[in-house]
Design a protein around this ligand. Structure first.
Ligand code: 3PG
Length: 307
């Protein structure tokens, strides 16, 4: 019998696991669960006999692929798949997919939860500022970026975006000002919200030089990936400029340094919370289950990312 493993160090909401189970069992497959695991050895052991794997930010390395002798497909229930070694997967004849868009509203809503917290001085009692009328810069106009723009309009923000891969007219069609470059976005906006994936080009791209052009009192909010930040560069700049704030949903490697040096100007969630809603878990988890069934039964490879 086809065996599907859900391996999630940060578990889905129980209601999402129920939904995944239903899909998998309706297809005549068997579901196994490995939640909240703490050791790589647990994952290596759990994948030994599975045909398909559903993960979140869980790392699927060459070692995991070596251990998973029967594995045919990995679906990352979510958008970013930088946690999967795509080359190794291809070499092992394993199809890798993501579930784009399924958790993007949840991430976009968290952007505003965190922004309100930041502009109201982390609720310390002192008068803060409002989002209305402020210039918001959205870096990358994908599914999350578009949802951020939609919600920002409700706050009455003046919305700008830059995306190296999305034409300006598509951005303008969404009622957002398109700017010509990342540099222009940083110069123009009061708040910059990061939605770029972690790739060879973007890693450490949010660096000292780029951020030093930010306006007085600017905020960078990161619900994307920690790897896109040049942490040493940002720390240096925040030491020089006491007006800047950094708010993130992905704890930096230098979290302790940020937290001790920039009290009142820095906040990180203890665990990535962007996609952590019942709705997002249901959407992404069930999409992943359906994609596995479609692939195993009919060979459907839509959303494959290692073609
Ligand atoms: C994603 O890439 O979909 C988000 O970063 C969510 O990641 P998570 O499933 O680990 O919360």
């Amino acid at each position: 019998m086809t065996k599907v493993l859900v391996a999630t160090e940060k578990p889905f909401a129980p209601v999402a696991v129920e939904g995944i189970k239903k899909e998998i069992e309706a297809a005549g497959f068997e579901l196994a669960l490995l939640e909240k695991y703490t050791e790589k050895a647990q994952l290596l052991d759990a994948v030994k006999d599975v045909d398909a794997l559903i993960i979140r930010s869980d790392k699927v390395t060459a070692e995991v692929l070596d251990a998973a002798k029967n594995l045919k497909i990995v679906v990352r229930a979510g958008a970013g798949y930088d946690n999967v070694d795509l080359e190794a997967a291809t070499a092992h004849n394993v199809v890798v997919m993501n579930t784009p868009g399924q958790n993007s509203n949840a991430v976009a809503e968290l952007v505003f939860g965190m922004l309100v917290y930041a502009v109201r001085n982390f609720y310390n009692g002192k008068a803060g500022t409002e989002l209305k009328g402020k210039k918001l810069g959205i870096l990358a106009f994908g599914q999350v970026g578009r949802n951020v723009a939609r919600i920002a309009a409700g706050f009455g923000m003046d919305i700008y975006a830059y995306d190296a891969f999305c034409p300006a007219d598509a951005i303008e069609a969404a009622g957002v000002h398109a700017v010509a470059s990342q540099a222009e976005l940083f110069k123009t906006c009061d708040i910059v919200s990061l939605h770029i994936p972690a790739t060879a080009e973007t890693k450490q791209s949010i660096n000292y030089d780029l951020c030093s052009t930010l306006k007085k009192g600017a905020i960078i909010i990161n619900t994307a990936r920690k790897e896109v930040i040049d942490e040493a560069g940002l720390i240096k700049l925040m030491e020089e400029r006491e007006d800047l704030k950094y708010i993130t949903d992905i704890m930096p490697d230098a979290n302790d340094e940020f937290a001790s040096k920039f009290e009142g100007r820095y906040f990180s969630t203890p665990k990535k919370m962007g996609a952590q809603t019942a709705e997002a878990n249901i959407n992404a988890g069930i999409a992943a289950a359906k994609q596995i069934v479609g692939f195993i039964k009919e060979g459907i490879t839509k959303f494959q990312v290692n073609k």
